[in-house]
Design a protein around this ligand. Structure first.
Ligand code: ADP
Ligand code: MG
Length: 323
């Protein structure tokens, strides 16, 4: 990839860490497993975190975690009243960011670097008339086979759908983010050199009423779209979406699968129109990438979490660029 191999780490960068990369299907979810994964994430990002001159904002997904919170409260509902989904998102945002913040700071301290990591609990406004409320697409929580999925769906009143060829999962509405609250605080902290974790789980979904009064609404916003919105609003021209696959592909999961190294905006739009990117998994990343470039962004890198640094150097990952 000669066109990308000379890449330099940009001075301002937003990195999104996938929910399935931070809480993979392969773990049952014990505290030790969660800490271990946070440490692996911190180790993967450490070379970037050490670059004190790079403004670094980190967002993260929450799909597997918020789904487990929902499941936990269903199982405990005979003793403890369930919380609405916006509060569950806030719980997941705090819990995941705590682990990431501590792991990244610990990794920095091991290298005698005093840089701070701060987490901002982030509300994100959505439109209550967003058609997404009538058509849930965001996968949360564990995978089930079809039979179990039907049982769980009926028992808990959940809508269940098939997630790529990976199994069946609970789906919830995922409206488009329209405004990131306190974005000026995210920017100010980041400009002073603090690594900021914000917009976790796509942000806590809220609607804005008269006089700027806000109320939570039940949804899970896609963190890739929140990442795009955040970076475009702050005029940051590179975003990196880290997930569980090394590159995006056409004909994904078939014998004809072809991984993409470098793709322009119009090529990507053509692939999207051909149906290569399913809703609820790769679809939102592609939508976010297209919106990001259309709104002035210069590069979207989609890569595997443990290849973040190599991808940023242009050695791997899929690089999406303007035409
Ligand atoms: P994250 O939790 O990182 O947001 P998702 O699970 O939502 O990740 O979406 C990424 C997943 O989408 C990949 O791990 C892969 O299983 C799946 N996927 C679906 N279509 C594609 C495709 N065309 N190319 C690559 N991965 C795809
Ligand atoms: Mg996702």
């Amino acid at each position: 990839m000669p066109s990308t191999s000379t890449l330099k780490v940009p001075r301002r960068l937003v990195i999104a860490i996938g929910g399935n990369a931070t809480h993979p299907e392969s773990i049952s979810g014990t505290s030790d497993e969660q800490k271990d994964i946070a440490k692996k994430t911190a180790d993967a990002l450490l070379p970037l975190a050490m670059l004190d001159k790079t403004e670094l904002i980190i967002t993260h997904g929450n799909g597997p975690v918020v789904g487990k919170i929902l499941m936990r409260q269903q199982l405990a509902s005979y003793r403890i009243p369930p919380m609405t989904l916006d509060i569950c998102v806030a719980h997941s945002q705090g819990g995941i960011a705590y682990l990431l913040m501590q792991a990244i700071e610990n990794a920095l301290r091991e290298h005698d670097n005093p840089r701070h990591v701060a987490c901002l609990l982030t509300q994100v406004e959505v439109d209550e008339k967003d058609p997404a409320f009538a058509n849930p697409t965001k996968f949360v929580g564990p995978f089930f086979d079809e039979e179990q999925a039907k049982k769980v769906g009926a028992e808990f009143g959940w809508t269940m759908k098939q997630d790529s060829n990976r199994g069946w999962r609970h789906v919830v509405p995922s409206p488009t983010p329209t405004h990131i609250c306190d974005i000026s605080l995210i920017e100010a902290l980041s400009k002073r050199g603090t690594i900021v974790i914000a917009g976790g789980g796509g942000g806590i979904p809220v609607i804005r009423g008269p006089k700027g009064v806000r109320h939570g609404i039940e949804a899970v916003i896609d963190k890739d779209l929140t990442t795009q919105h955040l970076a475009n609003t702050l005029g940051i021209d590179t975003i990196m979406l880290l997930t569980a696959v090394p590159k995006i592909a056409v004909q994904y999961g078939t014998p004809q699968q072809k991984n993409l190294d470098r793709v322009t905006l119009s090529e990507l739009k053509r692939y999207r129109a051909e149906g290569h990117f399913p809703a609820g998994s790769m679809g939102p990343k592609i939508d976010a990438a297209i919106r990001f470039i259309e709104n002035g962004g210069k590069r979207v890198v989609i890569a595997r979490l443990d290849e973040a640094v190599a991808a940023l150097k242009g050695e791997t990952g899929t690089h999406i660029l303007p035409d």
